[in-house]
Design a protein around this ligand. Structure first.
Ligand code: SAM
Ligand code: SF4
Length: 328
């Protein structure tokens, strides 16, 4: 089992398949993009599958593929198919910006993908082009439709609010998601952008999003017992069955129930988005380590997991790796 010194058990492995992306969301990347990982540093499909298999053997039950933009990974459908063939079969999901999903949703579903989370921060094409620095809203909307049609349900939508950019859109975005049967979750912006532009003073907080939503909807909290280790707190909207989630990573941290562990595209294991240390699985994979040795490295990494992300600690330091290179 992957257990830490606070008794938390890791069941959810987030696998970043690439650090590359075709958008440049302002809360994530600078306009010019980043220096991408050299190809030979990125784990091969076989290496990724080997780590997933070992993690499943250690009790991981959920595999989420992410990035960067995971749809840019050439072997994605095959990676999903091979993951779905593992015993016991893990639940498989994907976090994506949706670009290209219109073409691949059915193939991913057929390969064994269970669900998708699509990131969508605005329904206004101009604001989208400002925020994501690419004029691709239509592709994202087509991707969402295709995901629902392929049965990758419930389709979840992730939205990050930025002050003065899209923070007026919380209620319209929720209305639109309810109409389309998508499950919307607002994520508080975290200090994980490559350009270090995060500012707590201007961050749109979970409370603020909820206050804006409450102007247009009646919201009733869903019991904490239903939440488990999920990062989102949930509210029933206008009596249900529609819901909205809020992931208050900064102001309402949920580290105490965290069950996540991450594998970066270049084969580093991270026990937290905000971890200062990584375990180099790639070096071990490429020096003929046994499955047993890889399992011990994973276990040791988890044992070093801290109690919390420490954003509020006076000595907090933003991790060197940005979100796009960790895997959100
Ligand atoms: N490219 C894919 C996407 O955008 O869904 C997957 C990777 S992205 C890093 C995963 C999630 O992290 C997205 O929902 C994105 O909105 C979110 N994200 C990125 N930077 C963030 C930040 N600084 N704070 C909070 N969420 C962030
Ligand atoms: Fe790309 Fe996702 Fe980062 Fe946006 S949030 S720049 S889509 S990795």
């Amino acid at each position: 089992m992957l257990i830490d010194t606070f008794g938390r058990v890791a069941r959810d492995l987030r696998v970043s398949l690439t650090d590359r992306c075709n958008l440049r969301c302002a809360y994530c990347m600078p306009p010019e993009g980043l220096e991408w990982l050299p190809g030979d540093e990125v784990l091969t499909d076989d290496e990724v599958l080997r780590v997933i298999r070992i993690a499943v053997g250690l009790g991981v039950t959920e595999i989420r593929f992410t990035g960067g933009e995971p749809l840019l990974r050439r072997g994605l459908v095959d990676i999903v198919r091979r993951t779905a063939a593992l015993e016991p079969r893990p639940h498989i999901s994907l976090t994506t910006n949706g670009i290209g999903l219109a073409r691949t949703a059915q193939a991913l579903r057929d390969a064994g993908l269970d669900r998708v989370n699509v990131s969508l921060d605005t329904l206004d094409p101009e604001k989208f082009a400002t925020l994501a620095r690419r004029d691709r809203l239509c592709d994202v909307l087509a991707g969402l439709e295709a995901a629902a049609a392929a049965g990758l349900t419930p389709v979840k939508v992730n939205a990050v609010m930025m002050r003065g950019v899209n923070d007026e859109e919380a209620a319209p975005l929720l209305r639109w998601c309810l109409e389309h049967g998508y499950h919307l979750r607002f994520i508080e912006q975290m200090p994980l952008d490559a350009q270090h532009g995060w500012d707590r003073a201007t961050m749109v907080s979970a409370d603020e999003v909820l206050a804006r939503l409450a102007e247009s909807f009646s919201l009733v909290p869903v019991g904490a017992e239903e939440r488990g280790s999920a990062p989102a707190e949930e509210w029933l909207v206008d009596g249900g069955p529609g819901r909205v989630g809020v992931i208050g990573s900064v102001t309402r941290p949920f580290c105490g129930t965290c069950d996540r562990v991450r594998l970066t595209a270049d084969g580093q294991v991270r026990n937290c988005l905000f971890a200062r240390d990584e375990s180099d699985l790639r070096a071990a994979l490429r020096s003929e380590a046994s499955d047993e040795q890889l399992a011990r490295l994973l276990e040791a990494n988890l044992l070093a997991k801290r109690a919390g992300h420490g954003i509020d600690d006076p000595g907090f330091l933003q991790p060197v790796r940005p979100m796009s290179a960790i895997g959100g």
